[in-house]
Design a protein around this ligand. Structure first.
Ligand code: IMP
Ligand code: MG
Length: 174
């Protein structure tokens, strides 16, 4: 049976960092109307907090994608289960993800979105697990770097549970 082994990032640390990230985006996109994309379901909690810290006329949208996650296949493999509602050509798109692990999902997804000719495309990730990278990919805005452990909470799940925890914890799976 799994259990929460320790708290890695507290609720207070998250709130502070998300506020900073929102302020940074507000500065970087001054005069623009960013098209912010929540990658469901993992980034739902982070997204909701982040957009409330962006003081700009943002447009929000959602996407559901699944990556094949197989390092032997090229990184262009992502299945779009639910697509964006609008055409992003000429828009300033900001993709918001929960965590970059192998990098497969985002490297494939950004390739797919770039083909739609946005004016700009950046990636915000709440967490980054650089030690697990299979394909080279860096987020433009990174909330926290985490060690190679299975983390849950603040949107991240284990078997669809724990998403509602207000902190990030490490799950022990023994
Ligand atoms: P990537 O394509 O390997 O970068 O996978 C990213 C996806 O795997 C994320 O969007 C998460 O849904 C999931 N994931 C990766 N690591 C973790 C973790 O430690 N806890 C929960 N979900 C994770
Ligand atoms: Mg998941």
């Amino acid at each position: 049976m799994e259990r929460i082994e320790k708290i890695l990032i507290t609720k207070e640390q998250i709130q502070e960092r998300v506020k900073q990230m929102g302020e940074q985006i507000t500065k970087d996109y001054e005069g623009k109307e960013p098209y912010m994309v929540c990658i469901l379901k993992g980034s739902i909690v982070f997204f909701a907090d982040l957009i409330r810290n962006v003081d700009l006329p943002v447009v929000v949208d959602t996407m559901v994608v699944s990556s094949y996650g197989n390092s032997t296949i090229s990184s262009g493999n992502v299945r779009v289960k639910k697509d964006l509602a609008e055409d992003i050509a000429g828009r300033d798109v900001i993709v918001v993800e929960d965590i970059i692990d192998s990098g497969h999902t985002l490297s494939a997804l950004t390739k797919l979105l770039r083909d739609r000719k946005p004016s700009s495309l950046k990636v915000v990730t709440f967490l980054d697990k650089p030690s697990r990278r299979k394909v080279q990919f860096e987020g433009d805005y990174v909330g926290f770097k985490v060690p190679d452990e299975f983390v849950i909470g603040y949107g991240l799940d284990y078997d669809e549970r724990y998403r509602n925890l207000p902190y990030v914890g490490v799950l022990s799976l023994d």
